[in-house]
Design a protein around this ligand. Structure first.
Ligand SMILES: O=C(O)CCC(=O)C(=O)O
Length: 276
């Protein structure tokens, strides 16, 4: 399934701010990733939520390899060029009947990355449909304004700070990103997107990888990233290392350090008690 995007797909990405569906891995591999996710989720580890939310690829060797897999990176190079870093990874999971949702937001507002040669590959490990709370996007919104956001830290919001756009978003203009297991979407860091609760009996599990071109800079301090493809001639980020075994002590410590470094930069001045 390894193929660059066509010129038409690149034009579509530039116009709409996203492209979907893009075939990535086969359904069997997606099912294996889901099984590994389920088993870890049910492991009883008291930090499981956090570990899956922020940079899980630093404790899962299989996810670290997926971040670097040409099946994912080849289409991404059509947009960002040959040299890629993965700045972050995150599971976005909703169980059957899960009230969890993602408020409308633009990633660019929070990540402090410039220029905006930054995109998310959102890989479906389960079917992702309207009924189970697929991602929804506002086409073309990456070309419009950078909206003001507020942090709500609202319960049920799957985003780390419950960030949401401070003005009404016209939901009628939104498109559903429907994916089969193993397919992915690519979306621009400025695109308005979110998702609704899962009202179905089918879980929705997505794994998001945040890719940046190697020349992108982090405002406010140095953070870490994984070299996903090509070479890093810029040294703007501390490079992360592959975990050797699932959730082993070294991988866990490396991940912890990377997250602390990232939080110092991203959460500088944020009041976690704010409920605006
Ligand atoms: O999975 C979702 O519903 C939202 C994902 C998201 O916000 C993101 O990948 O930036």
């Amino acid at each position: 399934m390894t193929a660059p995007l066509t010129d038409q797909q690149v034009a579509q990405y530039n116009r709409d701010g996203y492209i979907s569906p893009v075939p990535a891995i086969d359904a069997e591999r997606a099912a294996n990733f889901k099984a590994e996710y389920d088993s870890f989720r049910n492991s009883g580890d008291p930090e499981v939520g956090d570990l899956l939310r922020s940079k899980p690829h630093l404790i899962f060797p299989s996810l670290f390899d997926l971040v670097r897999d040409p099946a994912i990176t080849e289409p991404v190079t059509s947009i960002l060029g040959p040299n890629l870093l993965a700045w972050g990874t995150s599971f976005f999971a909703k169980n059957a009947g899960d009230p969890g949702y993602v408020s409308w937001h633009q990633d660019a507002n929070y990540w402090g990355l410039e220029p905006h040669e930054v995109l998310t590959a959102w890989i479906a490990f389960s079917p992702s449909r309207r009924e189970n709370g697929c991602m929804r996007v506002v086409p073309g919104s990456h070309l419009g304004e950078a909206f003001e956001h507020r942090d709500t830290f609202a319960e049920g919001n799957l985003l780390s700070r419950g960030q949401e756009i401070a003005v009404e978003v016209d939901e009628n203009s939104a498109a559903d990103i429907c994916l089969e297991p193993g397919e992915m979407s690519l979306h621009h860091v400025g695109l308005v997107h979110g998702s609704d609760p899962n009202t179905s009996t089918i879980p929705r599990i997505g794994f998001a990888i945040r890719y940046i071109a190697t020349h992108v800079r982090q405002h406010g301090g140095r953070t870490t990233a994984t070299l996903a493809r090509g070479v890093d001639e810029f040294d703007h980020f501390d490079l992360e290392t592959r975990p050797v075994a699932l959730n082993d002590t070294t991988g866990r410590a490396n991940r912890k350090r990377a997250i602390e470094q990232q939080h110092k930069v991203l959460y500088a001045g944020v009041d976690r008690n704010a409920t605006a």
